[in-house]
Ligand binder design. Structure first.
Ligand SMILES: C[S@@+](CC[C@H](N)C(=O)[O-])C[C@H]1O[C@@H](n2cnc3c(N)ncnc32)[C@H](O)[C@@H]1O
Length: 429
């Protein structure tokens, strides 16, 4: 039997001690092994190389060589070892302790059902940083090399945030430090730590019905009237609908809106939870973008300047919308975009160079002309078709998985039988 015991610095409860006393193999981090009453006759494996430790557990379980105990931090079912054990076919008994995230929010007296919890532990720091850019309340599980200093470097100076760095929670070296991102880059930090990245430490936070991220927006491709714009310089709702579908903005993404104009695409991407930078060379446009961002209650960084030069210092984008700029702008965006680029064009002559730029950068490129005619009321309870200017949308995807899946082979329809509810098969439980 494998028992996973969570450790949060408080004394182990009686059931955990009983399992530990019977263990023949005890696996855990050095600090957890040192703090627990490991029986003298048990073999210990220090968790450093997780793969090697899992192989030891497999062997012990396969040979039926007595009880195995794994000591892990906090709640081992939350970004912890339980997943890896399950993936290898084990069915561990789990005795959780308080998660480091729950402890961290408790230390600052904040509720956390509205917080995003992201992990940079053995994963890309970029995604965690983008989540911190877009969301007002984020807990980051860190790792050496992806901790408070690296987070601070990525968020400074554009993102005013309070960091609450919680080191060794529940342990002998516990320390809770509040600082700004800039300060976080210059201080030494002790592992393990979890970092709360807060837009405001005073805000109680939004009351919701779902933990973590808010659900996506109830509507998108908003009407042009939802944005302040000049001389109809706003991407039309029908074009925005396709652009958003191809950009696929999500939490953890960085999206650029280049030649943002009113910032309608930028705002809509932010409504999906992505981190967004809107780029425009016109100071008045930048002001308008800021006003639209405020009106929609989202977070968008605005970068004033001429593309492609201004793009150089921006963080790498997952996806880019190019609403303004020539082929050199499309080329520069394609060189940096990790997933997709979407270009809206009014002139037919620009379609070919845009397709070529995307193809040359390794994207699968496609294009469509969109022409919508909206029903517009006339006197006498009748309607006319009011044509919206045609627009070419050119887009490129890097990800082969984004091409549509093959449709299932057609087979004869199954015989209809009344259904009865059966217990779930063992494997699905
Ligand atoms: C693999 S995750 C494990 C999370 C764990 N299951 C939990 O619920 O706390 C490892 C990360 O959790 C955080 N962590 C775990 N124990 C901690 C502690 N005592 N103090 C601060 N952070 C801790 C750190 O960010 C560490 O890098």
């Amino acid at each position: 039997m494998i028992t996973v015991i969570g450790c949060d610095g408080s004394p182990l409860p009686a059931p955990a001690l009983e399992h530990l006393a019977r263990a023949r193999l005890v696996v855990g981090g050095a600090r957890h092994l040192a703090a627990a009453p490991v029986p003298a006759e048990a073999r210990t494996v220090v968790l450093g190389d997780v793969g090697a430790a899992l192989a030891e557990i497999d062997r012990a379980a396969g040979e039926d060589a007595g009880d195995v105990v794994v000591l892990a931090s906090g709640d081992p079912g939350f970004f912890g070892i339980v997943r890896a054990l399950r993936e290898r076919g084990h069915r561990p008994r789990v005795l959780p302790a308080l998660s480091s995230v729950a402890q961290a929010f408790a230390r600052v007296g904040l509720s956390w059902d509205d917080a995003l919890v992201v992990s940079a532990h053995g994963r890309e720091l970029r995604r965690a940083v983008n989540a911190c850019r877009a969301h007002p309340k984020v807990a980051v599980l860190t790792a050496p090399g992806a901790g408070p200093a690296e987070l601070g470097r990525a968020l400074f100076p554009q993102h005013p945030r309070t960091f609450v760095v919680c080191e060794d929670l529940g342990g002998p070296e516990e320390r809770v430090v509040r600082c700004r991102p800039a300060e976080a880059t210059t201080r030494p930090w002790r592992d393990p730590n979890v970092v709360l990245v807060l837009a405001s430490e005073r805000a109680a936070g939004e009351r919701g019905w779902i933990a973590g991220a808010r659900p996506g927006p109830a509507a998108w491709a908003l009407p042009e009237e939802a944005f302040d714009h000049r001389d109809s310089m706003v991407t039309k709702a029908e074009v925005r609908a396709l652009a958003l579908a191809r950009l696929g903005p999500r939490i953890g993404d960085m999206i650029w809106d280049v030649g943002a104009g009113s910032g309608s695409v930028a705002v809509e991407c932010a409504r999906f939870g992505a981190a967004v930078v809107a780029v425009d060379r016109d100071p008045a446009a930048c002001e308008r973008i800021r006003a639209n961002v405020r009106a929609h209650g989202v977070r968008v960084a605005v970068s004033r300047g001429e593309a492609p030069a201004v793009l150089e210092h921006l963080p790498d984008p997952d996806a880019v919308f190019v609403g303004g700029g020539g082929p050199e702008v499309v080329r520069a965006c394609a060189a940096r975009a990790l997933r997709s680029v979407v270009v809206a064009l009014a002139s037919v002559e620009r379609v070919r160079p845009a397709l070529d730029a995307l193809t040359a950068a390794g994207f699968t490129a496609r294009a469509v002309q969109l022409q919508a005619s909206r029903l517009s009321p006339l006197p006498g309870d009748v309607h006319r078709l009011a044509a919206v200017n045609p627009v070419f949308v050119v887009w490129g995807d890097r990800d082969a998985a984004s091409s549509p899946p093959a449709p299932p082979a057609r087979t004869a329809p199954p015989e209809r039988r009344p259904q009865t509810l059966a217990e779930l098969p063992e494997a699905d439980r």
